[in-house]
Design a protein around this ligand. Structure first.
Ligand SMILES: [Fe+2]
Length: 382
């Protein structure tokens, strides 16, 4: 049943939105939906000594804690964190809210990497499996040195009638405006249950030698939400970190080491394109900066993936991609055009409900579009 599904109108500031799947009919009037006016001045990065970048106290204390969905349907969670003093261990102790005495222990692993003159901390990844749906879990990391405790809610079981609230953030960076954006999202009365992140995380590559310390500061900055709420990652151009002038020729090296996603669960061969199912939504993540032409792995994966979408179970079909296919701004104009040409007919055939993109730092939405230039009447700008 596609039935009476629609989405609520947004309130928006910068790039943080809340997107709610509902099963009641609502009318979405376009036009102006926010009083936010973007300032003219260029956004300025917060300095390294900013309080939002402060490392937690204690020897080898876990920092940059973040979670994402760990399987294809929301019964697993990947917990990631960094220790700076020594490897420590990759153990996660966890328990559900209603069984506080039944503590489980999961063991993950850690990785490290070098980027030019930077050496990473010990980056831990641990997947908690066979969780119960729609349940609050507490988790602890840092055993043996400094223990820190967090919690998360698992999503509800995949079902066509289950509502769910997504946050939508892209191009966050670590400027003073980034901090306002995250605070704005967290203060929204429609509490997000998971964030769809449409690429461009830390903007570390804007700093000399792609200063990867800025990947660490970004991880500490977003921990206040991302340790408690799964963020679904898409990659943007600022994740490429391709810098042959520095001898760094492996694209996505920092992202690949720091952010693990459950790509294998959807038959993908790379963490840049994959899918997850959450509540009543089938979410497909595409990669603007990985090959997507005919015969490429991403092309073949998407062709097969779209056939697997079962609208009787997940009536919502949502796509995340960094570079927009439709954009009326001069900045980044037409950059998404080759991917649009490659995939748009499939989106029409399989009736994709909504595509969320980032890249252009201006909020813009359009009516459904198919292989045609949009007139300004079709665009609703903020
Ligand atoms: Fe971008």
């Amino acid at each position: 049943m596609f039935g009476a599904k629609s989405f609520s109108c947004f309130t928006a500031m910068a790039a943080a939105l809340v997107f709610i799947l509902l099963n009641v009919a609502m009318v979405c009037h376009g036009g102006k939906t926010s009083s936010f006016i973007r300032k003219v001045d260029r956004a300025e990065d917060m300095p390294l000594h900013s309080d939002v970048f402060a490392a937690p106290s204690g020897y080898n204390a876990p920092q940059q804690v973040h979670i994402t969905i760990g399987d294809h349907v929301g019964r697993a969670m990947i917990v990631s964190w960094v220790t700076m003093d020594e490897p420590g261990n990759s153990l996660v102790r966890y328990w559900s809210e209603d069984s506080p005495h039944k503590k489980e222990l999961a063991k993950g692993h850690h990785v490290t990497y070098r980027f030019f003159n930077y050496s990473s901390g010990f980056i831990h990844h641990c997947t908690l499996r066979e969780l119960e749906f729609n349940k609050k879990y507490y988790y602890e990391i840092g055993m043996g040195h400094t223990i820190r405790q967090f919690w998360f809610m698992t999503p509800p079981e995949v079902h066509p009638d289950t509502p769910f609230t997504f946050g939508l953030i892209g191009d966050l960076g670590q400027t003073y405006d980034s901090n306002k954006t995250l605070a704005h999202y967290q203060s929204n009365p429609h509490k997000g249950q998971a964030v769809l992140f449409v690429g461009d995380l830390s903007y570390a590559d804007n700093h000399p030698n792609h200063d990867n310390v800025r990947w660490d500061t970004w991880g500490r900055f977003v921990e206040r939400n991302n340790a408690y709420e799964p963020w679904i990652w898409a990659t943007g151009n600022h994740e490429l970190d391709y810098a042959p002038e520095l001898g760094e020729t492996e694209p996505f090296k920092p992202f690949r080491h720091r952010y693990h996603v459950p790509y294998k669960a959807s038959g993908s061969t790379e963490p840049f394109w994959y899918s997850v199912k959450i509540a009543s939504a089938h979410i497909i993540v595409l990669a603007s900066y990985s090959a997507y032409g005919k015969y490429t792995p991403q092309y073949e994966w998407l062709e097969a993936e779209l056939k697997k979408v079962d609208r009787s179970k997940t009536p919502w079909l949502i796509v995340l991609v960094h570079s927009p296919w439709y954009n009326s701004n001069t900045y980044h104009y037409m950059e998404g055009e080759t991917m649009r040409v490659a995939f748009e007919s499939w989106f029409v055939k399989y009736k994709v409900d909504v595509v969320f993109a980032g890249h252009v730092h201006a909020y813009e939405r359009s009516v459904s579009a198919t292989n045609c230039p949009l007139s300004t009447d079709d665009m609703h700008l903020i």
